[in-house]
Design a protein around this ligand. Structure first.
Ligand SMILES: [Zn+2]
Length: 80
């Protein structure tokens, strides 16, 4: 069976389907729960940015993912 490991929490994702039960973002593989937490954390910051800039958003998201990987989890203390 095809499996994939979440880069942040190291959970094994069975039968991974992109954008359904895992998310390939910024060259990283994230499980659904890690992505949800990341979304929750970066959303308030995104609302402060107007007009919306995709490159800025991508960089912010990427940095947040890298910080999360270093910590081994998505932490609310991650400054995005
Ligand atoms: Zn995860």
């Amino acid at each position: 069976m095809k499996t994939l490991t979440c880069d942040i929490c190291k959970n094994v994702i069975e039968s991974p389907v992109n954008t359904r039960n895992y998310f390939h973002i910024a060259h990283r593989d994230l499980c659904e729960s890690c992505r949800d937490k990341l979304d929750y954390l970066v959303k308030p910051t995104i609302r402060t940015k107007s007009p919306f800039d995709y490159n800025w958003f991508y960089k912010l998201y990427q940095e947040s993912i890298e910080k999360s990987i270093q910590k081994g989890k998505v932490d609310v203390k991650i400054v995005v």
